[in-house]
Design a protein around this ligand. Structure first.
Ligand code: FAQ
Length: 339
C-alpha cells in the first residue's frame, strides 16, 4: 500500500512526465481519473472501429466488380484489426475486451455517431472512405503523440491504414465522377448525406465539450474538437473541387483574412439525438453486434478450454501442440467472421 507521501511523489512524477511530453506506460503510476478517461476514450474508439464495419460490410455482397469486392473486404477487415489493437490497449489498463463489449451492448459506452447513418448506395462506400476516414485521420494523427504509450503506438499503425482507406474512397468517387450522369448524381447525393454527419465526428463544439480541457491537460488530446473540425474542412474543400462535387453548405466560403474557410453551423440537436441512441440505425447496429457476440460465444469458450488444456500439458512437462495456443487468435477469427 502506498502512503500519502509516496502518492504525492508518484503524482509529481506523473505530472513531470506529462509536462515533458514523455509517455505514460501501463505499469507507471497514474491518477485513477486519467485511467478512466483513457478507458472511456479508447473503448469508444475501439467500438467505433468494430461497429464501423457494418455500414460498409452491407455492400460486400453487392460490390460492382471483383476488384471492388476485394478492396472492400480488405478495408472492412482492417477495421476489425484496428478495433483489436485498441481493445488490447485498454486491456493494459485492466479492462478486458469482454467487459468492454458488454458495456457497448448494454449502451453504457458510446461509439461514433457517424456509424448510425445508413449506406444507401455503392457511392457511400467511396464517401465513407473519403470523408469518414478523412475525418478519422484528421482526428487520429495527433493521437499518435497522445500521452499513453499503448494508445499512441496503436494509432501509428491505424493511421497508416486509414490513409489507404481514404485514398481508396477518393479513387472510387473519382472513377464514378468520370462515369455517367447517373453515377455523378449518386456521388453528389451520397456526399449530401454524409457531409454534416462527418463534421459531427469531431464531437460537440468546444464550449459544450466537458472532457476536452482535462484531456488536453493530460496530453490525451492535443487539439480541441473545433480545431480539428476546422482543419478537416480546410483539407476537404479543395478535394471536393477536384472531384467536382458541391459540399452542401451555403455558408462555406474562403475567408481571406483568416486564411481558412468559414462554414455553417452543425445541427447539434441532431448530433445529441444520435449520440443519445435515437439515430437512424442505432438500434440495428447494436442488435447486430449483440447477435455476432452471442453467436461467437462457443468459439470463445472452445478457445479458452483449449488454452487451459495447453497450459496443463505444459505444466506436466508436455509440449504444446501448436505455437499459438492463447485464446487470442482463435477468438479473433470468430470476431472477424461475425462482427
Ligand atoms: N459520437 O467532451 P467530449 C473511425 C461524446 S473511428 C458519439 O468532446 P471527448 C474509423 C463523448 O464520448 C471514429 N459520441 O468528449 C473508421 C462524450 O461522452 P462521454 C471514432 C461522441 O472524448 C472509418 C460526450 O460526447 N474515433 O471513424 C462523439 O473529449 C470508417 C462529450 O464529448 C475516435 O473515437 C461522436 N462523434 O472527445 C471505421 C477517436 N463526439 O464519453 C470504419 C478518438 C463526442 O463523456 C469505417 N476519440 N461524443 O459519455 C476522440 O478523439 C474523442 O473521444 C472525441 C470526443 C473527439 C470523439
Amino acid at each position: 500500500m502506498t502512503s500519502a507521501v509516496d502518492e504525492a511523489g508518484l503524482e509529481a512524477h506523473f505530472e513531470a512526465t506529462i509536462a515533458h511530453k514523455d509517455r505514460i506506460e501501463p505499469r507507471d503510476w497514474m491518477p485513477e481519473k486519467y485511467r478512466r478517461t483513457l478507458v472511456r476514450q479508447i473503448a469508444q474508439h475501439a467500438h467505433s472501429e468494430i461497429i464501423g464495419m457494418q455500414p460498409e460490410g452491407n455492400w460486400i455482397s453487392r460490390a460492382p466488380s471483383l476488384r471492388r469486392k476485394a478492396i472492400l473486404l480488405a478495408k472492412v477487415q482492417d477495421e476489425a484489426g484496428h478495433g483489436l489493437y485498441l481493445y488490447s490497449a485498454t486491456e493494459t489498463l485492466g479492462v478486458t475486451r469482454t467487459e468492454l463489449t458488454e458495456r457497448l451492448i448494454s449502451g453504457a459506452q458510446k461509439y461514433s455517431s457517424i456509424f448510425n447513418y445508413p449506406t444507401l448506395s455503392y457511392a457511400d462506400v467511396g464517401t465513407i472512405g473519403w470523408l469518414v476516414d478523412g475525418a478519422a485521420i484528421c482526428n487520429q494523427v495527433p493521437l499518435c503523440r497522445t500521452s499513453f504509450g499503448p494508445y499512441g503506438r496503436a494509432m501509428i499503425r491505424i493511421c497508416k491504414e486509414e490513409s489507404f482507406h481514404q485514398r481508396q474512397g477518393y479513387e472510387l468517387l473519382m472513377t464514378m465522377m468520370r462515369g455517367t450522369d447517373e453515377q455523378r448524381a449518386m456521388v453528389q447525393e451520397s456526399v449530401d448525406r454524409f457531409w454534416w454527419p462527418s463534421l459531427m465526428m469531431f464531437g460537440p463544439p468546444d464550449e459544450a465539450s466537458p472532457n476536452t480541457a482535462q484531456s488536453m491537460a493530460w496530453g490525451i488530446k492535443t487539439h480541441t474538437n473545433d480545431e480539428l473540425r476546422r482543419r478537416f474542412v480546410d483539407m476537404t474543400v479543395p478535394q471536393a473541387e477536384a472531384l467536382g462535387v458541391t459540399l452542401p453548405d451555403p455558408d462555406l466560403a474562403w475567408n481571406e483574412e483568416r486564411q481558412a474557410h468559414d462554414f455553417g453551423e452543425v445541427d447539434w440537436d441532431e448530433f445529441w439525438k444520435v449520440v443519445g441512441g435515437d439515430g437512424p440505425c442505432n438500434a440495428q447496429r447494436v442488435a447486430h453486434r449483440k447477435k455476432a457476440w452471442d453467436d461467437g460465444a462457443w468459439v470463445r469458450e472452445a478457445a479458452t478450454a483449449f488454452a487451459r488444456k495447453q497450459e496443463e500439458t505444459a505444466d506436466h512437462g508436455g509440449a504444446p501442440t501448436t505455437p499459438t495456443t492463447s485464446a487470442g487468435p482463435a477468438s479473433r477469427t470468430a470476431e472477424e467472421e461475425t462482427a
